[in-house]
Design a protein around this ligand. Sequence first.
Ligand SMILES: [Mn+2]
Length: 198
Amino acid sequence: MEKQSGRVNLSVFQKAKKGNYYCGDSYFYRETEDAFLCALADGLGSGEMARESSQAVMDVIEENPVLSIEALVKKCNEVLVGKRGVVLGILRIDFKNRTYSYSSIGNIGVITVDPDGKRNRNIPLAGYLAGYPRSLRVSHGDIKEGMIFLMFSDGVSDRRLSSKLTQAKTVGQITEVYKGLYGQNRDDDTTLIAIEYN
Ligand SMILES: [Mn+2]
């Protein structure tokens, strides 16, 4: 999946765990005049039930794209009552203020790569969302042209996201190279989203 218009380029590599039809990971993105929003959820376990939870959370985000990250997480939590839990990452880029913010609950990885190649790996909060309130940490920063964000489920080991991989020229190349090197190696549902701000 690739998007190459607007201010943000995006490329996604997604595959279900070996032998599964349903991928338990779901993602959503949307770009408007004001902002870019991207979210990734990994339903606990795998298969159809995992998919149901991660998709329910993406539906909430799709229906409420202007809410703050904190408010989105709260709403996502509400929809999970009686369902399997999820881990969740949300990234928002605000074009007017030229800032970004993201939050990760549980094992959704976020790596930022500055235009000069400096990488920063977010340490996600432990745990998961499962219908009860929980604390949250939101990271903020100023966006720079050429900045890259990688958001990925735990089917992607961050050891595989080497600086060589992130030096690729386009987001499409990042996911292509990943797929070529590790695409067959899937002990878990795998989603890698590469995002570049222009
Ligand atoms: Mn997983």
